[in-house]
Each structure stands twice: as C-alpha cells, then as structure tokens.
Design a protein around this ligand. Structure first.
Ligand SMILES: CCCCNCC(=O)NCCc1ccc(S(N)(=O)=O)cc1
Ligand SMILES: [Zn+2]
Length: 262
C-alpha cells in the first residue's frame, strides 16, 4: 500500500492539508530565503559538526526519497552551536530533487532553485527519548540543508549514487556502512537559520533549520542516477520514477531568518 500522500497531482503538497492541517500552520517549511532581509546576528556562534566517529548503517527507499540511516544510540555523531542549545544527534540524511533542469530544491534563495537539496536530520537526544518523540517536539529536530548545484561531478557523491541500484524500488533497503557525510559539506559553513517544520507529512513544526549558503556541485550524470529510483514497489506493475519530490516554499508568517557571519 502506498502512503496516502505523495508529490503527484492528486496527493501532492497542495492536498496535504486535508490529512495534515498543520500544513497551513505558522512555521511551515521550506521557505524562500531573501538574504537582504535576513537579520545578521553576531551572537550566532559557528556550527560544529562532530562527524569523526560517524558510521552509516543502511540505505533505503521509502517511496518518497532515498535515505541513509545512522547509529544514533550515543552522541558519537552530533552537531552543536549556532542556534542550538545542546547537541543534536545525526539520525539520517536524504535528498529532494527535480526532473531535468535546475529545479528540485525545497528552500529557494531570492526565488533561485537548485537541482537538489540534501537534508542532514538530527534530533535533540538531550531532551527527548526517541527520534519519533523529538520529531513532534518544538525543539526536537535540527536539519542542515545543503544545496546541490548542477556543475562538475562531486567525487563524494559517487558512493551514494553507486548504491542506488540496490534500492531502486519502494521499500527496498541495503547495507550501507562506513559512509561519512562530512565529504558532502561545502567549504564554508556560513548559514541562515529559522524555525520551521518537516517538509513532508506529518509536517510537524519541530525543526530548527540551518541552511548553508554555499552549494556543492554535482553533475547532470549524477543527478540522472537519482531519477532511476522508483516510487513503485517491486511487486507493482507501474514503474513511476522518483523525481520532483520537493515541497514549494511556504508563507514566512512573520518569522525572522537570521544569518551567521562564519
Ligand atoms: C513510523 C512512525 C514514525 C513516527 N514519525 C516519525 C517522523 O515524524 N518522521 C519524520 C521523518 C522526516 C520527514 C521530513 C524531514 S525533512 N524533509 O523536513 O528533512 C525529516 C524527517
Ligand atoms: Zn528533507
């Protein structure tokens, strides 16, 4: 059975509010970021990523995205600093992407879209007992968003795109050990931050967003690998490609976007 929601005409972002009324809430994500309107906050410390003992466990296709999961049973892989009051543990990362061309990101910058957007999802294990609980709490999650811009090939991305053949179908999972997402970071950790939500159902307003200003570049060939993933299960007749799995920008509703200095 397929989740009642998706990215098609009938079950896409404009219909989500019927099952998830929070879709029309006051701190929904993504948003369009206007750099000139971001408040420069000198009190915002740099983001610290402690990813040295990071180890991935598996890669799976949930029919909405491709997800790499991590062992989050201790504080071995955390982010701290910036807008965060304590350490947040890395749980998973996943992507959103388009069809052809340069659309596919969720956040936009003065209306500019990117080919894809990577989300590194962390949860507040100091305050919540489980990820599921944190995902529903106002300060439960911290997601680092990284834009993927079309350009030269990204050498770190190959390990992930080479594994996609193992998770072509919805519901498929495969071992994926020893991948450290540190290699997916751009040179600069300069960021924008604002209070928002999950960008997919259940759309909980539980995310402190940390959007890096500097994109990483990926090649058209690498983006093509994402589009070989399917939203259909192996047993289904249809072979529907996984693409355009992004939610468009949502109303800011008076929220402040803050900019870091470094
Ligand atoms: C099986 C019961 C699970 C309980 N519910 C778990 C749950 O709420 N999961 C939310 C998963 C999720 C969705 C969207 C993002 S995004 N795109 O905003 O980074 C990040 C993480
Ligand atoms: Zn996401």
């Amino acid at each position: 059975t397929r989740d009642p929601w998706g990215y098609g005409n009938e079950d896409g972002p404009d219909a989500w509010h019927k099952d998830y009324p929070i879709a029309q809430g006051n701190r929904q994500s993504p948003i369009d970021i206007i750099p000139e309107e971001a408040v420069h906050d000198a009190s915002l410390s740099p983001i610290f990523l402690s990813y040295d003992y990071c180890n991935s466990i598996n890669i799976y296709n949930n029919g909405h995205s491709v997800i790499v999961e991590f062992d989050d049973t201790d504080d071995r892989t955390v982010i701290r600093g910036g807008p965060l009051d304590n350490a947040y543990r890395l749980k998973q990362f996943h992507f959103h992407w388009g069809g052809k061309g340069n659309h596919g990101s969720e956040h936009t910058v003065r209306g500019k879209t990117y080919a894809s957007e990577l989300h590194l999802v962390h949860w507040n294990a100091a305050k919540y007992k489980t990820f599921g609980e944190a995902a529903a709490g106002p300060d439960g999650l911290a997601v680092i968003a990284i834009f993927l811009e079309k350009g030269d090939e990204h050498r770190g991305l190959h390990k992930i795109t080479d594994a996609f053949y193992m998770v072509k179908f919805k519901g498929s999972v495969a071992d994926f050990k020893g991948f450290n997402p540190k290699i997916l970071l751009p040179n600069s950790l300069v960021y924008w931050t604002y209070p928002g939500s999950l960008t997919t159902p259940p759309l909980h307003e539980s995310v402190t967003w940390i959007v890096l200003k500097e994109p990483i570049t990926v090649s058209e060939k690498q983006m093509g690998r994402f589009r070989m993933l399917l939203i259909s299960g192996e047993e289904e007749d249809d072979r529907t490609r996984m693409e355009n799995n992004f939610r468009p920008p949502q109303p800011l509703k008076g929220r402040k976007v803050r900019a870091s200095s470094n």
